[in-house]
Design a protein around this ligand. Structure first.
Ligand code: HEM
Length: 180
């Protein structure tokens, strides 16, 4: 997992819960990196899982909710860091249906070792997008947060339903209905 995911995560934890919480969750975890991340480095995904687990235990917020809130913050980081990628789009459904064949393709050029999910489009119209998320990391709530923010970015809104195809969340169907 790329360092930018860790550095931005710890920034958000600091701003929401304070520096003591950052220290606490790093100290409780068994991290090869020792919790010292650089944006361009690459680290084990298991480090993110441990940090999330300990933040969840310390705050009582579920890992799913933490991932969704984190994704909403991360979207802003993406817009600021890669304005060129997002400015190619005028519509949220167009953007979300292009993650697989454009957006994450560009990400791979920037970070060849990025570990990205796949999104398979099942159905697409002007108002509806059905796609299947697949990733061994099961970060579908992170995807949900990014999708919510994508609609907000275009002053639009949507009702997004999740259906787990695999119980462990490594395959999840997203049914995305644009409502305005
Ligand atoms: C992960 C970039 C848009 C879904 C990531 C990662 C990067 C990235 C750098 C981390 C990869 C790693 O740690 O190795 C971008 C950029 C975007 C964008 C630059 C737009 C400009 C989106 C959108 C979605 C999305 C709109 C909506 C669903 C995900 C998910 C992951 C991810 C779910 C977590 C990894 C996983 O589930 O396996 N993306 N992304 N991304 N991205 Fe994107």
């Amino acid at each position: 997992m790329k360092g930018i995911v860790f550095t931005e995560f710890l920034n958000l934890v600091e701003s929401k819960f304070g520096l003591e919480m950052v220290d606490k969750i790093i100290n409780k975890s068994n991290l090869e990196s020792q919790g010292a991340y650089t944006a361009v480095g690459t680290y084990e995904f298991s480090e993110m899982l441990q940090l999330l687990q300990h933040l969840s235990e310390s705050t009582g917020v579920s890992i799913d909710d933490l991932l969704m809130v984190y994704a909403e913050h991360f979207f802003k980081v993406l817009v600021d860091s890669y304005p060129g990628i997002i400015s190619a789009y005028k519509d949220p459904i167009e953007m979300l249906s292009s993650i697989e064949n454009h957006i994450h393709v560009e990400v791979k050029k920037i970070y060849p070792d990025a570990e990205l999910p796949t999104f398979q489009i099942i159905e697409k119209s002007g108002e509806l997008l059905v796609m299947v998320y697949k990733s061994s990391r099961a970060m579908y709530y992170f995807g949900l947060g990014l999708m919510n923010k994508t609609f907000e970015h275009f002053n639009s809104s949507a009702e997004i339903q999740l259906e787990k195809i695999k119980e462990d969340g490594t395959e999840v169907k997203f049914i995305i209905q644009k409502i305005s």
